[in-house]
Write a protein that binds this ligand. Structure first.
Ligand SMILES: Cc1cc2nc3c(=O)[nH]c(=O)nc-3n(C[C@H](O)[C@H](O)[C@H](O)COP(=O)(O)OP(=O)(O)OC[C@H]3O[C@@H](n4cnc5c(N)ncnc54)[C@H](O)[C@@H]3O)c2cc1C
Length: 286
């Protein structure tokens, strides 16, 4: 069994991480389950662990002057869902995570660090081109979350680094869509989730993007499929829709229930784009 440390400052945590390689434990909702031993027995970690839940430096949700929003790694889904400065897609995903107890104890840093393809928060964050901020004794690194998550349960986190926060750049979408499909409305891991957003001005589609969760080893964004729609006029949507859906279909690789996941994703994307074509009022497409 590994040692357990409880650092009280980020500086102490970074020294511990560099010297012992101790793994950060934030809410523990993934780590405790992964290391459980049986009913009535406390989980045992075969590696050193540091409990980071007391680190004030990893808390808070801030809007910066450039309009970007920074969410500290320890922010819980409940805090994120309740914040009116967090972009809508991310709030929706946070509000749909687990049940109340989980929404209060899990963290955004843990959801990213766990890198499950079914994790709810990376999907809207990748849609919004979020960056992740990593800290170590060597300094601070900023990288796209889409590059940080390498695959199922794999990240680019180095042995001496800790996730400090995520930064979401500002966007002004005219159309937004979010849906999580689980076994039940709450307390269910995603079977499938999809976010989409568009900026349409004077009939021109200036921006279009989509991201889907639980459709491959990591969140899928197909930049080449998005390019089929971006720059087009709204009235061209029927002409390019099939080509876009085919390109999207080629980008996803669901490992279980592939037909169901492919058909459902296709229907949701088609619904979003057809609604825009049919003159839906700007706002949320439901
Ligand atoms: C009953 C139940 C229901 C669940 N439902 C959902 C759901 O609906 N949607 C969903 O997405 N997930 C769900 N989960 C999974 C889990 O709750 C989330 O992934 C959660 O966000 C993990 O956060 P945590 O703080 O508890 O992570 P932890 O267990 O503390 O850590 C998870 C991983 O991230 C790393 N880590 C944590 N913080 C940092 C940091 N700051 N820097 C570097 N690495 C870090 C840890 O080392 C570990 O590898 C559920 C889990 C359970 C048990």
């Amino acid at each position: 069994m590994g040692m357990t440390y409880i650092p009280s400052t980020l500086s102490e945590a970074l020294h511990l991480r560099a010297e012992t390689g101790a793994r950060p434990l934030a809410g523990g909702t993934d780590m405790m389950v992964q290391s459980k031993r049986g009913i009535g027995l406390a989980p045992e970690f075969p590696y050193p662990v540091m409990i980071i839940s007391g680190l004030e430096e990893l808390r808070g949700i801030t809007k910066h002057e450039d309009g970007s929003v920074e969410i500290g790694a320890l922010a819980s889904p409940a805090e994120i869902a309740a914040s009116d400065i967090v972009p809508w897609h991310v709030r929706m995903a946070a509000a749909g995570m687990g049940a109340v107890a989980l929404r209060n104890s899990a963290t955004i840093g843990g959801n990213i660090g766990n890198a499950s393809p079914k994790g709810d928060l990376p999907q809207p964050l990748i849609l919004l081109d979020a960056d992740v901020i990593l800290v170590s004794l060597r300094g601070e690194t900023k990288m796209k979350l889409d590059d940080f998550i390498l695959g199922s349960k794999k990240t680019a986190l180095k042995d001496d680094e800790i996730i400090r926060s995520v930064i979401i750049p500002p966007h002004e979408f005219t159309y937004s869509f979010y849906r999580k499909i689980g076994m039940r409305r709450a307390n269910a891991i995603s079977k499938l989730s999809l976010s989409a957003a568009a900026v349409v001005r004077d009939g021109e589609i200036l921006d279009f993007r989509a991201a889907s969760g639980a459709s491959g080893p990591k969140v899928i964004r197909s930049y080449s499929a998005e390019a089929i729609i971006r720059g087009r006029r709204v009235e061209d949507i029927p002409e390019v829709l099939d080509g876009f859906l085919e390109a999207w279909n080629a980008a996803i690789s669901p490992h279980a229930m592939p037909q169901y996941r492919r058909n459902t994703t296709r229907r949701m994307l088609s619904h979003f784009l057809s609604s825009i074509h049919d003159g839906a009022e700007a706002g949320i497409i439901s």
